[in-house]
Design a protein around this ligand. Structure first.
Ligand code: TYC
Length: 99
């Protein structure tokens, strides 16, 4: 392998992981208890933290569930969407790349 290739590989390995924000959006139908449950089970929040995030989304329209490496953010958002589908809630959750 040419030296420049090695250099490029090392630079890729040393890069900071790409991070993403997971954002919850308000709707009129998903129950407050279900949102709290999602925040506790999938995003590892305490009941107190989950209640605060849920109420902030309810009042302000959106709120951050957490910031994670890209793949983990996508996986958590997908888990939340699948669980909402299973229980027939129209929960909206999106990811936003940070770097
Ligand atoms: N607005 C919903 C209600 O009054 C509660 C809710 C909060 C829904 C946060 C979604 O992301 C959400 N039942």
């Amino acid at each position: 392998m040419a030296e420049s290739d090695t250099q490029i590989h090392l630079e890729v390995l040393l890069q900071e992981p790409k991070m993403s924000k997971v954002i919850l959006l308000n709707d009129d139908y998903t129950t407050m208890d279900f949102v709290i449950n999602i925040l506790m089970d999938i995003f590892g929040k305490s009941y107190h933290q989950a209640s605060e995030i849920m109420m902030s989304v309810h009042k302000n329209g959106s709120g951050v569930c957490g910031v994670y490496p890209y793949d983990i953010a996508e996986f958590k958002a997908k888990q939340a969407k699948l669980k909402a589908q299973k229980y027939r809630f129209p929960l909206k959750i999106i990811t936003q790349d940070l770097n």
